[in-house]
Design a protein around this ligand. Structure first.
Ligand code: GDP
Length: 289
């Protein structure tokens, strides 16, 4: 499975890696400091993080050393024991509009279904009719239940009903969408805080994970937005989307480092199968091999 994941990384991020491979000569055991710097700049890694990675390294660096340094940059690795999850396991999905929340919810639901888990969705972005509609279409496609209301209704009531329904029906996974209109920050902050509070009323300990969806093509903008969300409600981990497009893999180092958060998954396409579990080891291996 590890090998499979690794090759998936390589093909999904082929654009990024092709760029890098043109910089680093294959099979060379030792690589010069300058070549590596060039490699990481080419991959869109922040200079401050390049400095952190390279700190104290000699003029000629071997692959093993470099690999170790790059893996170490993901010090915030996900630490979730998927064996003993509470039931239902409640995930709140947070992020700006257009980042890929709806699509990622479908991808996660698909993943759980493949793992023989039952899933229910909560259409908590009640601000946009299109968001409710879009999530309903995915729910139909995935053949999973969805709890929704009319546009403008209280999103925390949707969250409460979704969790209650999961408890009553013994459903394993609850995935709740939220609004992403960052331009009305105060409102949104209060709304998200209320949703979090209400989740815990529906089920003690919920939400068990607050996952932030970040558009990998947006660079620093996405990181700044993510900080705003993190300040509002606190975030447990990140899913970076759209890494199949123009994004360069180096952004992942910056995202994880600057937000001090683990990356759980990466999105590599628009279908429900295009979600890859993120592993620092496999990612760095694909980058260097
Ligand atoms: P939301 O507003 O945050 O719910 O965003 P959506 O889920 O509607 O996604 C916005 C657009 O990005 C849609 O056209 C999606 O198909 C697209 N999208 C989402 N994730 C990915 C991804 O990993 N790769 C690509 N290429 N497109 C994506």
């Amino acid at each position: 499975e590890k090998e499979e994941n690794k090759s998936f990384f390589s093909s999904a991020l082929s654009k990024t890696f092709d760029n890098i491979k043109s910089v680093v000569p294959q099979k060379k055991e030792k690589i010069s400091f300058e070549d590596i710097e060039e490699l990481l700049i080419e991959a869109d890694m922040d200079y401050s993080i390049i400095e952190k990675a390279m700190d104290g390294l000699p003029e000629m660096i071997n692959r093993k050393q470099l690999r170790h340094r790059l893996v170490m940059l993901f010090e915030h690795a996900p630490d979730v024991n998927m064996e003993n999850l509470p039931s239902p396991f409640v995930q709140l999905i947070i992020g700006v509009n257009g980042a890929g929340k709806t699509t990622t919810i479908a991808k996660l639901a698909n993943l759980y279904k493949k793992d023989n888990k039952s899933v229910i969705l909560g259409a908590g972005d009640t601000f946009r009719a299109a968001a409710i509609e879009q999530l309903s279409i995915w729910a139909d496609k995935l053949e999973v239940p969805i709890i929704k209301t009319k546009q403008g209704h209280d999103p925390s009531a949707v969250a409460y009903d979704t969790i209650s329904s999961a408890v009553a029906r013994n459903i394993d996974n609850v995935i709740i969408d939220t609004a992403g209109r960052l331009q009305t920050q105060t409102n949104l902050s209060n709304e998200l805080k209320k949703i979090v509070k209400v989740c815990s009323k529906a089920k003690e300990g919920a939400p068990h994970q607050k996952l932030m969806i970040l558009d990998g093509t947006q660079g620093n903008t996405a990181i700044e937005q993510a900080k705003a969300f993190n300040e509002m409600v606190g975030v447990d981990g990140i899913i970076v989307t759209k890494l199949d497009g123009t994004a360069k893999g180096g952004a992942l180092f910056s995202i994880s480092n600057r937000l001090e958060l683990p990356i759980f998954y990466i999105g590599v396409g628009e279908t429900m199968n295009d979600l890859v579990e993120f592993s620092p080891d496999n990612f760095v291996d694909s980058l260097l091999d």
